[in-house]
Design a protein around this ligand. Structure first.
Ligand SMILES: [Zn+2]
Length: 252
């Protein structure tokens, strides 16, 4: 089956003498591995279109879902120059790809995740607040992937959270608990201020035009970031390899 689709390149590596093995996320066919024949020798068919993070329109043949596809040609559509020149942005962009890889089985088509990833890479490249887009991307990707963090009610007593008062995030339950239910269990879980919980609500609404307007304090970034990481670690363990680089980044 011949396909033509916009794809986000996850990475590529040498394959034999002349070919490249390319890992990419196709808007139409999900995550794929493909061989770009003679891509190392003949640059004409693949001008700049197989670099990590680039968005390219690829033409490829899929024979069988378990086999490598054959990439016939490609055309660069969009690239994010601001990412390559900034170490922090490189780490975050690589982490975004890792999150998508972690919960997307091969060939699972998810155009919403594709659009979210493309928007987030673009924002990361252009804007000066990388952690804001990190929170936005992570919370929405997690929820589109079916692992959404429950913040609407207490995971123990089911009481609705009304936007006031602190709560505690419990990684093993994937949601927040009210302080009353946590009595006697102090020290378990991660404390969240009402500001952070309300922000998580707001950011999870997937309305990307809102993100520029919202102000996020360092305290909220730090609290929400810890929750996202604990949640992902609970589900995926060390499968997400960029954690150690992410954890070493300064917060501001
Ligand atoms: Zn409760």
């Amino acid at each position: 089956m011949l396909s033509k689709s916009e794809c986000i390149i996850f990475g590529s590596q040498s394959y034999g003498e002349a070919d490249l093995l390319v890992h990419f996320f196709s808007k139409q066919d999900g995550i794929q591995y493909g061989i770009a024949k003679s891509a190392k020798k003949s640059k004409r068919r693949f001008v700049n279109c197989l670099c990590t993070f680039h968005v390219s329109e690829l033409e490829y043949d899929i024979k069988n879902l378990s086999e490598l596809c054959f990439i016939r040609s490609g055309r660069l559509k969009e690239y994010f120059s601001g990412i390559y020149s900034d170490y922090k942005k490189m780490v975050l962009a690589s982490h975004f790809l890792d999150i998508v890889k972690a919960f997307s089985p091969p060939s699972l088509v998810d155009q919403k995740v594709f659009d979210l990833l493309r928007f987030s890479l673009r924002y990361l490249s252009k804007e000066v607040e990388p952690f804001k887009i990190y929170l936005y991307f992570s919370l929405n990707a997690i929820s589109l992937g079916g692992y959404g963090i429950r913040i609407d009610r207490c995971i123990n007593c089911n009481r609705i959270y009304r936007g006031k008062g602190k709560a505690v995030f419990i990684p093993s339950k994937g949601g927040i608990s009210c302080l009353r239910c946590q009595k006697g269990r102090e020290g378990h879980g991660l404390m969240l201020s009402p500001e952070s919980i309300n922000l998580m609500y707001y950011l999870q609404r997937q309305e990307s035009d809102l993100i520029k307007k919202v102000d996020i304090t360092h305290k909220a970034i730090s609290e929400i970031r810890r929750v996202i990481q604990a949640h992902l670690r609970w589900h995926f363990g060390n499968q997400i390899k960029t954690f150690r680089y992410l954890e070493a980044l300064p917060f501001e």
